[in-house]
Design a protein around this ligand. Sequence first.
Ligand code: AMP
Length: 281
Amino acid sequence: MTPIQSLKILREQLSQRKTANLSIGFVPTLGALHEGHMSLIKQANEQCDVTVCSIFLNPTQFDEKSDFDKYPKPLEKDLQLLQENDCTICFTPSIAEVYPQGQFLDKPYELGRVEHILEGSTRPGHYQGVAQVVHRLLEMVSPDVLFLGQKDFQQVKIIEQMIQQEQLAVRVQMCPIIREEDGLAMSSRNVRLTEKERAIANELFLTLQKCKEHHHRFTVKELQQWAVASLNANPLIEVDYIEFFDAETFVPVHTINKNSTVVVLGAIFLGSIRLIDNVII
Ligand code: AMP
């Protein structure tokens, strides 16, 4: 598969297809692709005529330069995976192509309280960068459907907010989390775990899953306290947060009742690697 780097060529290729009334599905990624990303490509192939995947390591969403620098970049392998999974177009723009006017945001997005909680509380500017790059990529690709992973649940809420604010005509499709056999959510960062860290990395998922199983018997507070304590009991793990939110409104919940859908979200440090996961209850 030959990636397209220039916006001009992308537009030429897409305009022919749009004239033929073909629907476009879009999967934005940072690269270092795995089966989780491929599940989005497969959903896009099922729901749309044309699937565009972007690989763009966006500097504006990384609060730590070292994280940006260390991010794996196996482009050849990524292209092969996309080809095997029948992706139509792979777009790999340069930073200058994405940000011809520079990376600075003239006016911040109004992302509301969701911007500054959970992932946003420890990563200042992260969600402004996410909103900025997805907005820009949507302008470039103009898809009918945007495919996003539940793995980054808070990110889906942020992008939905940006789309509403900017009044963009695109439908968002959230796709389920793809996991390793032991339950660990697939992530491009998992390759950076040491053997010891990898062996216990599924503890986050197992703990969130237990919260789901036992939510009838305990209060949210009890579940949260138990989850934090049992994860922190492992000397390699340091919990950042375990929180329960309404999956629709993304407001914190104190009780779980039958009429609402709740999502329990967690983040842990394993050495220098930060892992996130969530389970819908
Ligand atoms: P990233 O390259 O990490 O920005 O991810 C690109 C897209 O793939 C995002 O919408 C992610 O939520 C999604 N994604 C990443 N990991 C997974 C996974 N394990 N299962 C499903 N979707 C995922």
